[in-house]
Write a protein that binds this ligand. Sequence first.
Ligand code: NAD
Length: 505
Amino acid sequence: MSSVPHRQMYIDGKWTGGEENHEPYRIIDPASGDLVATVDRGTVVDADRAVAAAKAAFNLGEWRRTPVTERAAVLRRVAERIAERMDELTLLQSREIGAPVRLAGAFHIGLPIAHLQYLADQAELYDFAKTGPEIGPVPASGLIRREPLGVCAAIVPWNIPLLLAIWKVAPALAAGNSVVLKPDEKAPLTLVELVREFEAAGLPAGVLNLVTGDGEDVGARLVAHPDVRKIGFTGSTTVGKDIMRSAADSVKRVTLELGGKGPNIVLDDADLDTAVDGALFACMAYSGQACEAGTRLLLPASLHDEFVARLIVRVRTLRLGEPTDPATDLGPLVSRAQQQRVLEFIEAGRAAGATVAVGGGVPTGAAFAAGHWVEPTIFTNVTNDMRIAREEIFGPVLSVLRYETVDEAVAIANDSDYGLSAGVWSRDESRAVEVAERLEAGMVYINDWHVISQFYPFGGSKQSGLGREVGPTALDHYTEAKFVSIDRSGGLEGKAYGLVLSPAS
Ligand code: NAD
């Protein structure tokens, strides 16, 4: 048997096994079922050690008092190293979560580089202290300081781990906080590499810690821990709600990036070639395992049949297969549990009366004998009350709905608990923008999808989340405003004391 690498946690500047001797995680390649690595399984004891180390490092203040240009330089060094290791990390990511390498290279590993560099730039531009106007009538002035919060916990899912970790870790560190990073149980490997690079870039001990452990104990402990001041969380809406409740006990700051059910509206003047491919890109990228995927396709009745016919032809051209092959379009789902969940949704769609226009099962053939595969599936005759239109499936399943008027399309789109992403396809930009303004979503894509840019805020409305990540306000979520007033009168004159203190006799 060939040996596979074993990875540890990183606490207080040291790579370490768990305090308690638990069976390590087995990271399994979702395409082949092969063992990729084993990883120590931490517990609440390790979570507590990590928080204590992070708190001690914050109180020591070495990192927080490091000039911001040097903090930004650390982020840039890490970005450079990820760029140097691009091919290796792309392959690692692909084997860990089954992301096809073409996608993984650009999204999973490529985007984090640009986002880290941008967040370094943002840190240097950030107003950590700014003088305000004179406060009359006394000669006094005010400072508005943006100060780090203390210990921040970053809790990350498995689908785009490196990018989602960087959205939390980078602004937190750039602002001078300490961080405890908790990866998902299935996808810690690129985050181990991220932490290695921060270590090599010279981050002081305790400032960044990595605890690999289960969500229900390590994750929940970080959320409940009295010394953690902020939770940056990406994951399911169910867990997000639990986190918000638990964080309330200590009035922790939270940023929540949760689930979605993106409505994708094709207007009757859309360019059909672009919109057909766009609808598939929106829903099927990474086999539908993207929170901001476009999973409800809203077609005007006048175009419906032609559009669906073209979708079916096009979806059949998608190549399912080995994720490490650059020719592959779609890979497997991340786990057996995720595959079963998606297949159950497909059954629920059938049972509710929707029609499977294409797909609907597990692909057959030797290439799919191991691993967790689901065919790209398109449902027609979907109504917005069906589970396949209301719940996040997180698989390659597109629900097609028909509409008569644009008002009806907007009403269907907004009739959802979620509000993460939405899309509009039209040749008339002003018409598309008008529709975009009416959609309840944190992000609306016109004639495209999956537009994730470091320059723009990412996040959702309604039950898709709270707060925004990356973009120009990224550091606001990892700092707190402090008002410092400075009286320069040198005496009693002009002060408000007289409101309370009568003149001394
Ligand atoms: P999940 O909520 O089960 O897990 C996400 C993370 O939370 C993992 O690290 C997990 O260990 C941890 N966790 C689980 N239970 C916890 C608890 N009680 N307390 C603290 N932490 C806990 O999510 P998942 O199902 O694995 O991931 C997919 C979900 O993530 C989807 O719903 C998807 O839409 C969402 N997602 C959202 C975004 C976004 O930016 N809005 C991006 C990617 C994924």
